[in-house]
Design a protein around this ligand. Structure first.
Ligand code: NAD
Length: 278
């Protein structure tokens, strides 16, 4: 199984499909990530706040997979933006992961009320220069936050990881990033199961037409739009299903029908608004 890669604006490449471990309990993470690596995943998305970096690290260590075949992302939590706190934060994450360097380090949320996200991003750029991460990016940034980061640091993040699924597509953020070489990563690519995405006719009909599951049809929609995804499951059969999305392609009409599921009024958001997380 060869997972396609996308090139980032710093010349590094990222597997377009990975495994995200938000809400995977700490004591189940090693087993779940080991299953994922065994099944063929090579890109793991975790975060300091998930409390499961040690399990990710244990699975990596046991896998025997060469480090350069893996792509590991973790994230700087909101209370560690100021001063030199990012330096200590990444050191702790690396220790837990058992790694000398991550592949991608993200500012997890902009926390705009504290007005310290430009500083936090500038600090993680220094961490890249120190060799502690290969690429730097942000998460949950709106256009107003991206503009400030780019204008004030002169560095364009490699990725912006945002809530993105058919009912909530954030087209303005995706387009702004695409014009400047920022890749979009979708969190909640399946809507976190919080609305009846799989029952929507655009999704269900595409799934039937290709003999796949609705989840596979939705993941394929993301991939065909050049979005990076890392759906979460702790069940090996779903991990297999979510990786098995490279043997078919949606038609342009099927993609357009799923595109039309976002009513454009913001009602499809399942997570927090970035300006409300501080
Ligand atoms: P998701 O859309 O991947 O949904 C996960 C849910 O979908 C799980 O509860 C699972 O039961 C179900 N599911 C998975 N595969 C399925 C399948 N094949 N068929 C039916 N149901 C299936 O949501 P998520 O986990 O929130 O997002 C994915 C990853 O994004 C996370 O694990 C995490 O790494 C990342 N994330 C980042 C942020 C952020 O603020 N940056 C926030 C949330 C999640």
């Amino acid at each position: 199984m060869t997972i396609p890669t996308l090139e980032l604006n710093d010349g590094n490449s990222i597997p377009q499909l990975g495994y995200g471990v938000f809400k995977v309990p700490a004591d189940e993470t090693e087993r779940a990530v080991s299953d994922a690596l065994e099944i063929g995943y090579r890109h793991i998305d975790t975060a300091a706040i998930y409390g499961n970096e040690e399990g990710v690290g244990a699975a990596i260590a046991k896998s025997g997979i060469p480090r350069d075949e893996l792509f590991i992302t973790t994230k700087l939590w909101n209370d560690r933006h100021d001063g030199d706190a990012p330096n200590a934060a990444i050191a702790e994450s690396l220790e837990k992961l058992g790694l000398e360097q991550v592949d991608l380090y993200l500012v997890h949320w902009p926390t705009p009320a504290k007005d310290n996200f430009v500083h936090a991003f500038a600090k993680i750029v220094e961490l890249r220069e120190a060799g502690l991460t290969r690429s730097v990016g942000v998460s949950n940034f709106l256009v107003e936050h991206l503009e400030r980061v780019v204008d004030e640091t002169g560095v364009v993040p490699a990725v912006n990881q945002i809530e993105l699924h058919p009912a909530y597509q954030q087209r303005d953020v995706v387009a702004w990033g695409a014009e400047r070489g920022i890749r979009t990563e979708a969190w909640g690519p399946l809507g976190q199961g919080k609305y009846d995405l799989f029952g929507a006719p655009a999704v269900a009909d595409a799934a039937v037409a290709h003999g796949v599951t609705p989840a596979q049809a939705v993941l394929r929609w993301h991939l065909q739009k050049d979005i990076i995804v890392f759906p979460k499951s702790v069940r090996a059969e779903r991990l297999r299903e979510n990786l098995d999305v490279f043997g078919f392609a949606l038609t342009d009409a099927e993609v357009a029908a799923i595109d039309a599921l976002d009513p454009l009024d913001g009602s499809g958001r399942v997570g927090s608004h970035p300006n409300d997380v501080n």
